[in-house]
Design a protein around this ligand. Structure first.
Ligand SMILES: Cc1ncc(C[n+]2csc(CCOP(=O)(O)OP(=O)(O)O)c2C)c(N)n1
Ligand SMILES: [Mg+2]
Length: 422
């Protein structure tokens, strides 16, 4: 709060440095009666760098632990983007021959480094090979990883300090000690400098679990969400990857079955309605996005597509229309409020400046996606009709994982209340 003109400039400088260093929003509050008070010029403060000896000790320790492990692995999350170290992480992993996975919220990171990214860690909901890789790791380096349920709810391991090294929020925690003032943009260059092929690196992973669906047959079979992933992978194989903006619902789980490409989604708070407006924001930055959205979320904010004509934006929108809040139904099938009406979204598109097509079969989806890709200057809405009760393979694993977790918790509760007291 800028309530003292004598300290205002220093305060503004400190807060702006923090915004720059952390790539996070900051707040500066100006009281109404202070708006016109003159203050000193605001200096640009230099970024803070860690103590050189502390940095060397920290980097040596990280390297030492990775080198001594027989099954080391790296998990990355959003902070490696905020600190601008994605290329350095890729370089480090390459030189050490270490496998890298992203978290759920970090999906889309390192899209430029497909040789190092093995996939996304979703615990029991993900590919079994990725789950095994992380569950069995005897040294785990977590770079910029947010320890939240969104990332680790279905994890089949505890992140115990003996085998975990966590660099987040300008601190590196190793075992039971930590290095303060150790931001990723200082740590990564120090790690790259020390990188060397590791004894436990270069392990081959079973490819079977890692392959994304492809080669969607051109036939009259009804569609499933995972078919949409296959159709998008086929399109990307032909025309190159597009950035994806996804809403909440099965569309986000389906996105995990699409090749690793730039992905924006409301993973942390899971607020529905982000997809279409988020995609328009993406289009405003000059890229043509692929927007994935469910019919429930489209009911909320889909109409914003009407703004595309004014700006000449031409996003491709794939609408997963299962006439359902399917993500809720999978946990509570008995609740009829999950049934939504058929609003005929594709038919509305032309009235708000776009082109809509409704598809029911695999062949229709392939053809409609190709037409959408070739159509420039207007938005394209491909409304994919899906039967209620059919989910992507990833959401199906997520649901069975959550149900198993709940069961274990209930069993543990029952066992503890049955135990004699004292
Ligand atoms: C603003 C908001 N309201 C409610 C929810 C709870 N919620 C999560 S998923 C979901 C259903 C989404 O339906 P839809 O967009 O059709 O996707 P589907 O689950 O059918 O794939 C709901 C209601 C939420 N995450 N955010
Ligand atoms: Mg739906």
């Amino acid at each position: 709060v800028l309530d003292d003109p004598a300290t205002a400039a220093a305060g503004i400088a400190r807060v702006l440095r923090s915004a720059r260093e952390r790539s996070l929003p900051v707040y500066i509050e100006v009281p109404r009666d202070m708006v016109n008070v003159p203050v000193d010029a605001v200096p640009v403060l230099p970024s803070r760098t860690p103590h050189a000896e502390a940095l060397a000790e920290c980097a040596d320790e990280v390297i030492g632990r990775l080198a001594a492990a027989s099954r080391p692995a790296i998990i990355v999350d959003v902070e490696i983007r905020r600190y601008g170290v994605e290329a350095a992480v890729a370089e480090f992993a390459r030189r050490c021959q270490l496998p890298v996975v992203t978290t759920f919220m970090g999906r889309g990171l390192l899209a430029q480094a497909p040789d190092v990214v093995k996939g996304t860690y979703l615990g029991a909901a993900g590919h079994p090979a990725i789950n095994d890789l992380i569950r069995d790791a005897d040294a785990l380096l977590l770079l910029g990883v947010i320890l939240s349920d969104t990332n680790f709810a279905l994890s089949e391991r505890s992140l115990d300090p003996r085998s975990t090294m966590l660099a987040i929020d300008r601190t590196v925690r190793i075992g039971h000690h930590s290095y303060a003032d150790m931001p990723l943009d200082a740590l990564l260059p120090a790690l790259v400098e020390r990188a060397q092929p590791m004894a436990g690196g270069g392990r081959a992973l079973p490819d079977a679990g890692l392959a994304y669906p492809r080669n969607l047959p051109d036939d009259d079979r009804a569609l499933t969400p995972s078919d949409i992933a296959a159709a998008v992978n086929d399109l990307f194989d032909r025309v190159g990857p597009m950035p994806i903006v996804a809403d909440i619902g099965d569309c986000l789980f389906t996105a995990m079955e699409i090749e690793n490409t730039a992905l924006a989604a409301p993973g942390y708070y899971a607020g529905m309605g982000f997809g279409v407006p988020g995609g328009i924001g993406f289009a405003a930055s000059g890229y043509r996005p692929l927007i994935l959205v469910g019919d429930g979320a489209f009911q909320m904010t889909g109409w914003e597509l009407g703004n595309c004509r004014r700006y000449g934006f031409d996003p491709i929108v794939i609408l997963f229309n299962n006439t359902s809040w399917e993500m809720l139904r999978v946990f509570q099938p008995e609740s009829a409020f999950n049934n939504l009406d058929d609003w005929q979204f594709a038919a509305i598109a032309s009235h708000i400046g776009g082109v809509g097509e409704r598809v029911h079969t695999r062949g229709e989806l392939k053809a409609a996606l190709t037409r959408a890709y070739e159509r420039r200057g207007v938005f394209s809405l491909v409304e994919v009709m899906l039967p209620r009760g059919v989910t992507s393979d990833t959401l199906a694993r997520f649901v069975s994982g959550i149900k198993a977790l709940r069961q274990r918790q209930q069993d543990a509760l029952a066992a503890s209340s049955a135990a004699p007291v004292g």
